[in-house]
Ligand binder design. Sequence first.
Ligand code: BT5
Length: 319
Amino acid sequence: MRNKILEALYANKGNYVSGEILKEKLGISRTAVWKHIKILQDQGYNIQTAPRKGYVLFEADDKLLSKEIESLLWGHTMGRELIVFDSIDSTNTYGKNNADHLMDGTIILSEEQLAGRGRRGKDWSSPKGTGIWMSMVLKPDIPPTEGVKTTQIAAAAVCKAIRDLTGLDALIKWPNDIVVNGRKVCGILTEMAGQLNKIDYIVVGIGINVNNTEFPEGISAVATSLQIEYGKKIDRKELIVRIIKNFEALYHSYIENLNLTEVVAIVRDYSAVIGKEIKVIHGTSERIVTVHDIDEEGFLIVESGDGKREVIFSGEVSI
Ligand code: BT5
């Protein structure tokens, strides 16, 4: 019941919700509503009351409190287990090291990462309290070859959440970046372990620059944050919850019948690379190709200079 009250107050954050509306919505008496509100206040929620207006929830600060995020994810399978650190080396490393005893769908968040990782040993800048540094531990019963597609599911979930929350023209730079106005706001690092025919775990790491106002010198020319682009501070918890809800819906339809249709529709619609000339980097080799499309499995169909088409399954691209 209290989760439902919180949900209603969060949905109208900063605005009053009358006791009458809560009573109708929840099917309990106004006195019962009031008693639940009292308990929530005792638990530390900043809920104010005013005669004839009702109840209003204010956030004390932008800290990632697990209780709040849990209440917003109530009834969802992703995030049933939620671990929030103040500081950690890397949420992905924690997920990998503890995967054997973490439940499928566990979400790990940290206010900062001291050794955030990108792909192939690159660094990921993760300063305190500014961004979303999050890993999801997944244990799907699908063939290992399918696991790589979770990157596209995560990209679709993040891109849609950013667009819905901010209206920014966020685009997916295949395979693992989200960009706004040509600069990177999000990177995804998918790590997997398993045997020939079975996935032990997948850890999907998502790093999003949310309220960063500056960047280390090495990346300031290529990175941006949602706050910089949107012009206002963004509620990290709200974005986290939207991403997780989007991800859960897309991921379940995928693992249940390996259906990627909706994911592919999103990554195509919001692609930063379709129709563009890109540089594909594979180890030490580089070549220029034109992106023709993204196929039904989320892979890139490219055309080289001689008009020959081929599918690219992984790699790094630069526009
Ligand atoms: C990525 O790698 O983009 C994957 C980033 C994944 C980060 C998440 S945070 C939660 C989880 N825990 C982790 O330890 N990691 C995951 P890649 O495509 O290889 O890009 C790395 C490159 O992006 C670096 O070499 C920099 O040039 C640049 N970069 C580093 N930090 C950045 C930032 N905060 N914003 C934008 N670009 C950044």
